[in-house]
Design a protein around this ligand. Structure first.
Ligand SMILES: C[S@@+](CC[C@H](N)C(=O)[O-])C[C@H]1O[C@@H](n2cnc3c(N)ncnc32)[C@H](O)[C@@H]1O
Length: 252
């Protein structure tokens, strides 16, 4: 996967406005509801560890896995500020990953599931989750919700973020492939060094699969999980044609 190679270096700045603490609190609420007493988490697609550090701060022991060495390098930098033994990270493909351990919960957060493009990729990801759950454990993931993607239609967006050293401007130009349930998000990113004024430009395409509730039901069933909940991310409301981000919870 080429996505996240260059992007990783600017990822934390681009998402500095994302409330990882509140999202970790939301995840904790779902775990308390469906797997009370859960202590250990396997995070699929942990990226730079934004959720991982927050979940560790809430007391969970978490092992994070990601395909991108660049994202993982940034996650490793966060280990210093975390109690020893609470967090670990490793490289792996969540479609084929097998670690010799089971967890109380498996999570895949911030659209990691939507990066799995084909039916086989999605089924393999669910099989990975299933393979690492203790009996009674839960799999929690979120994804782009098909009804909203097809109603709102992906549009060109510009995001600008700045810290004391650089400014990043990201233009996202999406192309919808309606027969594959995939959107190609073509990113053009300009990074300006504030001291010298020099500008670096790069391009990356992220291929995003959008999903519908019936196929989420099928994915759970095929993996041997009971699908407990499918609702709007962070609100828990019934999802609809205006709900881009939806999560599901399945239980072993
Ligand atoms: C949008 S980022 C989310 C990262 C992190 N969960 C967060 O909330 O910041 C998606 C992540 O999924 C990872 N990813 C996508 N497909 C993967 C796969 N098959 N195996 C492992 N990681 C994958 C990417 O490398 C990237 O770090």
């Amino acid at each position: 996967m080429k996505a996240f190679r260059h992007y990783a270096r600017y990822y934390n700045l681009l998402y500095a406005d994302k409330n990882y603490a509140a999202e970790a609190g939301f995840v904790q609420g779902l775990m308390q509801k469906y797997a009370p007493g859960a202590e250990t988490i396997l995070e699929l697609g942990c990226g730079t560890g934004g959720h991982a550090v927050q979940l560790a701060a809430l007391g969970y022991e978490l092992h994070g896995v990601d395909l991108s060495p660049e994202m993982l390098a940034m996650a490793q930098e966060r280990l210093a500020g975390t109690p020893a033994g609470r967090l670990s990270f490793d490289q792996g493909d969540i479609r084929t990953l097998r670690v010799d351990r089971k967890f109380d919960a498996v999570v895949a957060l911030f659209h990691v599931l939507s990066y799995q493009l084909t039916a086989a990729d999605l089924a393999a990801t669910f099989a990975t989750a299933r393979a690492h759950l203790q009996p009674g454990g839960v799999f929690l993931c979120d994804f782009w919700y098909g009804p909203a993607v097809l109603t709102a239609r992906p549009e060109v967006r510009v995001k600008r973020m700045q810290d004391g050293v650089i400014s990043v401007t990201r233009i996202a130009e999406p192309v919808l492939h309606a027969n594959a349930n995939v959107v190609d998000v073509n990113y053009q990113v300009f990074v300006q060094d504030l001291a010298s004024g020099q500008i670096e430009e790069f391009h990356e395409t992220h291929h995003m699969r959008y999903l519908f509730k019936p196929e989420i039901d099928v994915l759970h069933e095929a993996a041997g999980l009971t699908h407990l909940e499918c609702a709007a991310w962070l609100t828990g409301r019934e999802p609809g044609c205006d709900t881009w981000g939806v999560y599901s919870v399945g239980k072993l």
